[in-house]
Structures are given as C-alpha cells and as structure tokens.
Design a protein around this ligand. Structure first.
Ligand SMILES: NC(=O)c1ccc[n+]([C@@H]2O[C@H](COP(=O)([O-])OP(=O)(O)OC[C@H]3O[C@@H](n4cnc5c(N)ncnc54)[C@H](OP(=O)(O)O)[C@@H]3O)[C@@H](O)[C@H]2O)c1
Length: 337
C-alpha cells in the first residue's frame, strides 16, 4: 500500500481563473464530535500522505490548531505554502459592516497564513446559532434572505480580494433563485461554490447552473456525513453508504461504499471534501482519486439512484414566521420571504 501519493498524480480541476486545484480535498468540521487535536492531527497526516486542499471555517473552532500544522508543514519543508489550497469561511455572525475583514484577519492569524486561497460566505444570511445547539433551537434575531444585505457582505468580500488577502471568493448554501439575484450585482464573481452533494442528494439543476455560470462546485458531506451532529439527523434521511446501488458497486471494487461516493463525485466533476480522522479512511479517500474511475454505466446507475434528500436542512437558521426548513431552499423557484 502506498504511504504517500504524489500530489502531481491527483487530477486537477481548472477554475474560471485558469488555475488548477486538486479534484479532492479534506474537510475539517469535527461535527461537535472530534476535538481540534484529533482534526489537526488528521490534517498533519493528510499533508504527509499527499492532500493539498483543506476546507476550513471559523465556526469549526479548530483553525488555531490546524494553523500550527500548516506552519509546521511549511517550515519543515514538507510542503511549500503555494502548493496548498486552503479555504475558509466567514460565519453568519460576522456579516456586518467591516466584520468580514475582521473575520478573515482572525482566520489568517489562527491558520498562520498571509492569505487564504479561497474565502467563502458560509451561509447567505446573518442568522446564526449557538455552537452545539439542538435542532429546535431558534435565534429571535434571524430573518429571511435579503439581496441587499448579501450584497453588502459581498462588497466586503470583494474588498479582501482587492487587498490580496483572498485569492478566490466563494459562496455556499445558495439556491438558483438567490444566485440569479446576486450574481449580476457581483463586481468579482465567485470562482467556487460549496453545496451539499452526495449520491442521495445530487442537485442536478443547481450543479448544472453553477457549471454553466463558470463556478466550480465543491461538494460537502460527500459521503452523506454519517457522523453529523444529531440536530442535523431525521428518521427519513438517506444513508448513502447503505444505498443498494452504492453497496453493489463497492462490492465489485472491493472497497468501502464511502469510496464509491467519492469516485462518483470526482467522475461527475465536483470537488468532494470528505472528512475523516482515521488514517486508513482519509488515505483511501485520496487514493481513490488515482485508482480505477467508475464506468459510464455505473455513473448512470448512481445518477438514477438520486433520492433528492437534503441532509443539512439548516432549520436552526429559520426566522420567526418561517414555515419549515424548506423555506431556506427556495423550492418553488423564488426567494422565500
Ligand atoms: N459549507 C458548509 O455549509 C458545509 C456544511 C457541512 C460540511 N462542510 C464541509 O464538508 C466536509 C465534509 O462533510 P462532513 O464531514 O459533514 O461529511 P462526510 O465527509 O460526508 O462524512 C464524514 C464521515 O464519513 C466517514 N468516512 C470518511 N471516510 C470514510 C471511509 N473511507 N470509509 C468509511 N467511512 C468514512 C467518517 O465517519 P467516522 O466519523 O465514523 O470515521 C467521517 O466522519 C466538512 O468536514 C466540512 O469541511 C461544509
């Protein structure tokens, strides 16, 4: 078994800017389950193994520990800073005037970086919840999406790009109606978008829309997030690693079903960012990018198996008067007010 994968052997994805980045990265959200020490230790092992892309966020509460790992990896010569593609995100409570720069400053300090490779607006509204809250928790200050407020936040994103502090800008948890409303107002367009994508939730229209708009999708929860916080679980949720189509293909390849979810993501074109702290798991996740790809027939089988089942419903961000979590996702094609 390989103990290092040459990052040059990992296929790339060409962004609208012309830059090529890895076709797979590593997530760093410990799901209120894994400590910052465990996550940063996995990041260190992942760099040694050949990962070069890492998805971070202020709200994950571990950027300071991960920063120590990045600093050590660069200062020891294990990797050059410019070989890493590090992303982070402004949390919902830092959308106010001037706060995006403050948020990025803290992230850069914690991650021990001079610049971030891509900075995302984590959720398209300022509604936030307390860390570790349960699913019924509501913040009375929460309100529906506002184009005006979002654009004010985006202007700050453009400013940090102008300053050279973020090389690329990204959005996350958007819908087509929201993108249609805000993209024409962006002076600097997002290069990347982070959305939930896994075999049981493929979002074909959203995926196509983003690709056609020149925005590279990053797929979060690519394995269906089996260890996600309890507040994000319901009884009817799809379990990707138990979908019969995925299990059958996994048996044919002699791999864990998680690996088939990732092979599907890579072959389709989104960048999956699987999370794992176990060495054997994060190693097989990267390895699958250089091993036999799925066939066209297997891709078709998985395309047909889509369950349209969103796992990260976001109900903790609902505002007073909202019907239910579907209000966050504009299901009727218009922005829900
Ligand atoms: N932008 C956003 O709003 C947003 C939202 C959610 C997530 N994210 C990002 O996306 C990343 C990934 O999402 P996620 O962590 O929720 O879910 P995920 O990557 O779909 O699932 C992670 C879990 O899958 C299991 N796993 C990983 N590799 C495996 C393998 N090879 N074999 C068997 N099981 C395996 C692990 O379970 P065990 O714990 O049992 O080992 C791990 O905890 C996050 O870490 C975060 O960076 C972004």
């Amino acid at each position: 078994m390989l103990d290092f994968i040459d990052p040059g052997a990992i296929p790339g994805r060409r962004l609208a800017t012309g830059e090529e980045i890895p076709c797979i990265g590593m997530g760093t959200f410990g799901s209120d389950r894994y400590s910052p020490e465990q996550v940063s230790c996995a990041v260190a092992g992942a760099i040694r193994f050949g990962y070069r892309m890492f998805d971070c966020a202020a709200v994950y509460g571990n950027e300071d520990m991960i920063g120590k790992v990045f600093a050590q990896a660069v200062s020891s010569g294990a990797v050059k800073r410019e070989e890493l593609f590090i992303t982070s995100k402004v949390w919902n409570d830092m959308h106010g005037r001037g706060d995006v720069l403050l948020s990025l400053a803290k992230t850069l300090k914690d991650l021990q970086l001079d610049y971030i490779d891509a900075f995302f607006v984590h959720w398209p509204f300022p509604n936030y919840h307390a860390p570790g809250c349960d699913g019924d928790s509501r913040n009375p200050d929460s309100r529906p999406f506002s184009v005006e407020e979002f654009v004010q936040t985006w202007r700050q994103m453009e400013r940090i790009h102008d300053l050279g502090l973020a090389r690329h800008l990204g959005m996350s948890n958007m819908t087509i109606p929201k993108l249609e409303a805000v993209l024409p107002l962006c002076r600097i367009k997002p290069t990347l978008i982070e959305i939930e994508l896994h075999p049981g939730f493929q979002q074909p229209e959203m995926y196509e829309y983003c690709v056609n708009a020149g925005i590279q999708p990053i797929g979060y929860c690519p394995i269906g997030s089996p260890s996600r916080p309890e507040r994000d679980k319901t009884e009817t949720d799809v379990v990707d690693t138990q979908m019969p189509e995925i299990v059958e293909i996994a048996q044919a390849y002699g791999v864990h079903p998680a690996v088939i979810c990732l092979k599907w993501a890579i072959a389709r074109g989104q960048i999956p960012i699987p999370f794992a702290v176990a060495e054997s798991k994060y190693q097989s996740n990267l390895r699958c990018a250089i091993e036999a790809p799925l066939t066209a027939g297997e891709m078709e089988t998985i395309a047909k198996a889509d369950k349209n089942c969103r796992l990260i419903k976001g109900q903790v961000f609902l505002w007073e008067g909202a019907k239910d979590w579907t209000d966050l996702w504009d299901l009727d094609g218009t922005i829900t007010k």
